[in-house]
Design a protein around this ligand. Structure first.
Ligand SMILES: CC(=O)SCCNC(=O)CCNC(=O)[C@H](O)C(C)(C)COP(=O)(O)OP(=O)(O)OC[C@H]1O[C@@H](n2cnc3c(N)ncnc32)[C@H](O)[C@@H]1OP(=O)(O)O
Ligand SMILES: CC(C)C(=O)C(=O)O
Length: 520
């Protein structure tokens, strides 16, 4: 008999703990809506006590979703639980996720608590959360490095206090599939409750086993699984939900379990998260990587031509990589263009269509075939507006300089459509552009990395630039991307977007920060 496994997505909470990732509230809401379309059961929308922005994001998501459950994370701290409750209470199906560590190393050095104090705290906090909301999940953090008997006591205490879901985190990615199977079997067989208790794994990828460990837990009886889109998350990341879902689908014979996901929305979901997180999907990534369906060597190609099943266990169609039934080009009209946005699951405001369509036509004039990846790159920056009200407009060069220096003029457009420009000289084009952008902002940022990629194959491909910068005030790093047909403009967009993230962290008013001279 096939069991239906609940999918718990923590892209917006643990995923945002990825170094350099910072989603805006609008981006979080857009991702949450796509996760709902994908069929996710529960979205962990954030850690409401962490900051006012986290709280607001969880609240907006709770109020926006129609069917999906929304949860917020809380420490075993009453004020965290109050914040989580306030943030999720308007959701159609609200939940609260309470956690505290149970491993000796966390108790001794981090919490400075005894086992008895931890059990008392679980009892107090889970019952308090349960007095506010019906559905409570409890996580014994660092469960896989905890003493088994104490782990069972902690879990039993949470169940007795009213938790329905018990999540077993492999917080530091330490366990193995065989060991995790033993842990799940031990807990499931020894827990006592009159109510049905649902167990779930929450795995990290430090040893590259997050997906394998999650699948082992499902095989051992877990009814829910936690993870993120594209496996983003703290350190080496979390278990990639798209990989777990496809593994359950393809190996249903073995797992006898299925995901609730609409797998055809997988590529759209992965692309959206990649775009807003600024983390490119590796070409060789399972399920959604660009090479996942490419067959290079002769023997493989021969086999696939004779029968695709020889080397292809997943079809591109399964995950939403459909044959381009509606190719777009410079002669396409608005109807075809909006049809394509809908097919790609891109949500837009009707008022943005003119801008998007104009951008599309400009690109189509330069590029023969416009692919789905081009469309996704093209809409970024229009759908989600940055909070400054300024947007990158263009970059040009003053050629009247000597051959060893480059003079860039970077122009931004404000909400009144006025062009504001800054000029700078540098040893190379990128140096000059980034210095000109620095003049707009009253903060210094450190450029840690700069990478250029092509959105699609071919000599006329759009460029996608990824930058990582550090805010010297807080030492926080941020990723940002920019796409354009012109690699210099893509670089300027990426660096401008990175500056916006730093500015947001420094919480200065936009008008104060952007300084520019009009019309240079
Ligand atoms: C494994 C995980 O992914 S856990 C989730 C990680 N996510 C985050 O940390 C979100 C971002 N964090 C934050 O914004 C902040 O850390 C806050 C707002 C949560 C707390 O900030 P602060 O009150 O300044 O505390 P700080 O972060 O310095 O230290 C954490 C404190 O919480 C305690 N703590 C940690 N986990 C728990 C828990 N589950 N239950 C109770 N207390 C806990 C620590 O022992 C420490 O207590 P101490 O101050 O008495 O030593
Ligand atoms: C809060 C818990 C579930 C967590 O993120 C972890 O332990 O990794």
């Amino acid at each position: 008999m096939t069991r239906k496994i609940e999918f718990f997505d923590t892209t917006l909470r643990d995923g945002e703990q990825t170094p350099g990732v910072s989603f805006s509230i609008d981006e979080k809401v857009a991702i949450a809506k796509q996760l709902e379309k994908w069929g996710i059961t529960v979205i962990e929308a954030g850690f409401p006590a962490a900051s006012p922005d986290s709280f607001e994001a969880v609240q907006q998501i709770a109020r926006s979703l129609k069917t999906t459950s929304v949860t917020g994370l809380a420490r075993c701290v009453i004020s965290d639980i109050d914040k989580a409750y306030e943030a999720v209470k308007d959701a159609v199906h609200p939940q609260i996720h309470v956690f505290i560590a149970t491993s000796p190393i966390h108790l001794q050095y981090k919490l400075k608590m005894t086992e008895e104090q931890v059990l008392a705290s679980i009892k107090e906090c889970v019952s308090y959360a349960r007095s506010k909301i019906d559905v409570i999940e409890f996580s014994p953090e660092d469960a896989t490095r905890s003493d088994r008997e104490f782990l069972l006591k902690a879990v039993q205490t949470a169940v007795d206090a009213g938790a329905t879901y018990i999540n077993i985190p492999d917080t530091v990615g330490y366990t193995t599939p065989a060991e995790f199977t033993e842990i799940f079997t031990y807990l499931i067989n020894n827990i006592h409750s009159e109510r049905e208790i649902i167990f779930s794994p929450h795995c990290h990828d430090d040893l590259g086993m997050a997906v394998a460990n999650s699948l082992a837990a499902i095989k051992a009886g877990a009814g829910r699984v936690e993870g993120t889109v594209n496996g983003i998350g703290e350190r080496a990341g979390n278990a990639a939900l798209e990989e777990i879902a496809v593994a359950l689908h393809i190996r249903n014979d073995f797992y006898e379990a299925q995901s609730p996901l609409n797998l055809a929305e997988t590529v759209n979901t992965a692309a959206l998260v990649s775009q807003y997180s600024g983390i490119a999907i590796p070409k060789n990534k399972a399920v959604v990587g660009a090479n996942a369906f490419a067959h290079e060597s002769g023997i493989h190609q021969d086999g696939v031509l004779k029968n695709a099943l020889t080397y292809e266990i997943i079809t591109p169609e399964l995950v939403g990589l459909t044959h381009n039934a509606l190719p777009l080009g410079k002669l396409s009209g608005r109807h075809a263009f909006t049809e394509k946005l809908n097919a790609l699951g891109i949500s837009y405001k009707t008022s943005d269509i003119d801008t998007l369509f104009a951008k599309f036509k400009r690109l189509a004039d330069k590029k023969r075939e416009i692919t789905d990846a081009d469309i996704r790159a093209l809409v970024s920056g229009v759908i989600i507006k940055n909070p400054t009200g300024f947007e990158f407009d263009h970059v040009r060069f003053d050629n009247n300089t000597d051959e060893n220096s480059h003079k860039a003029i970077v122009s931004l457009k404000n909400q009144e459509d006025e062009i504001l420009s800054q000029t700078a000289t540098g040893s190379g084009s990128i140096d000059a552009i980034f210095k000109a952008i620095d003049h707009f902002f009253q903060h210094d940022i450190k450029l840690d990395s700069y990478n250029v990629d092509a959105v699609t194959n071919g000599i006329d491909a759009q460029a996608q630039v990824h930058v990582t910068v550090t805010n010297p005030t807080s030492q926080t790093c941020f990723n940002a991307t920019g796409s354009d047909y012109d690699v210099l403009a893509a670089s300027a967009k990426a660096y401008f977007n990175a500056n916006i993230l730093v500015q947001k962290e420094n919480k200065q008013g936009s008008q104060k920060v952007i300084s520019a001279h009009a019309g240079i």
